[in-house]
Write a protein of this length. Sequence first.
Length: 192
Amino acid sequence: MWSRTKQIFQKRPLLMNMMSFGTMYVSAEVAQQCILMQMNPEKKEINWNMVKNYAIIGWAGIGPALFYWYRALDRLLPGATGAMVVKKVLTDQLCSSPACIAMFFTGMGVLEGKEDVFAELKAKFWSTYKMSCCFWLPAQAINFALLPPYTRVAFVGVASFIWVNVLCLVKRQEISEPKTESLEVPEKVAKD
């Protein structure tokens, strides 16, 4: 089975990586919703519209973007020596991670029909990026040091199942409105 899967990944890497990545996004969202249904008896069914949004982001957005990103990264920084792995991991975290976070929150905002599609990105970017560093730096070190290039996006897809569960939790957090304190002008000053 593994040799057949390997052949398919080598023959049609973009399609296979898109499918595996998109499937991980959908699986993570469905898993999250099932957990929430267990915790909240009032929630009785899967929100298929939200699942569809995750599918679109995974299959048509982040999956293909990462496929081409990793191909370019391997050409730019070839090899798997210790120093090269460090360069790849840092380059990936500094370039790809912010772009993927932006694509996720902005894309979801568009798919959800939000008026300000950037509001959630603005509110959640830095905390999500910090979590991303803690998760993806070690994951990508394994990816670049031990795996052949044609399996990299698939590995990221599997790791993404865990990561997207984190994103699902972050996505469900309400955006807190910044507190604005009203400035009261003393009556005497207001009359002057």
